[in-house]
Design a protein around this ligand. Sequence first.
Ligand code: ZN
Ligand code: ZN
Length: 294
Amino acid sequence: MEAEATDTDRQKSNHSYRRAWARQMRSERKGNETEMTANYHTHTWRCRHAAGTEREYVEAAIENGLKILGFSDHTPYPYPAEYVSGMRMRTDQLEDYVDTVLALKEEYRKDIEIYLGLEVEYYSEYFPKLLSLVKGYPVEYFLLGQHCIGCEIDGDWAGKATDDPQILRNYCAQTAEAMETGHFTYFAHPDLIRFTGDNGIYEEEMRGLCRKANSLHMPLEINLLGLGEDRPYPDRRFWKIAGEENCQVVLGLDAHDPKAFACPEVVRAAEDMVSRYGLRLQETVELRRPIEPE
Ligand SMILES: [Zn+2]
Ligand SMILES: [Zn+2]
């Protein structure tokens, strides 16, 4: 027990040293670097495909000049017991996730604003059950991240290449319904759908998606993970349409590693897209609480 206490003490003094160092680094910067003010799209190890501790994400965000950090790990989903998802925390991990983020929010409140969120797919059959689960916790926002069409259990991965217009239409209809619920703060990687069919159909459907987002004042996210890794998203076809429709956009790191905060060249590439397509970039977003906690 004694050894544990000593370790904790050492950790604490190490953290306060690192915080002081981060402050020093910030004040030495002259503001000429490309920096993000806020990132609302951050994962944790619980989703089973992210590295590092929550504290490392917070420290990396501070060291790289962020003022706002939102955690939005892949939501647990109350699926039937026989189905186990490989890409999200279990429902019994939600409490620990909430406690961990809230403890960091308090500890680092002088250095950075931390918010508690979740990245959530809209699966109409399970979404009400998810809201009932989340009602027990002070979750401050949901990002819409529609990774599957239909449902994860028997649906298709949204990023799988398809030339079937019906799949594209289903994606657009499902995410339109999601946005209309009013539970979501912004739409992460709206261009995850990888449509390889007729460009005219793509344009018509995605223009509809952009107009729906505008009518609901829903910002669309340029996903910096996809941009940095040269994935099929961000899809330039989509962002051209979003620019023509004067959509509000936000940059999201989709951090699955604390190193994601130290990539100014990716931020610059995203800002180039913003100016090329005439997008309306917002540095921060107004959080919509998905449901009032009980
Ligand atoms: Zn995602
Ligand atoms: Zn994500």
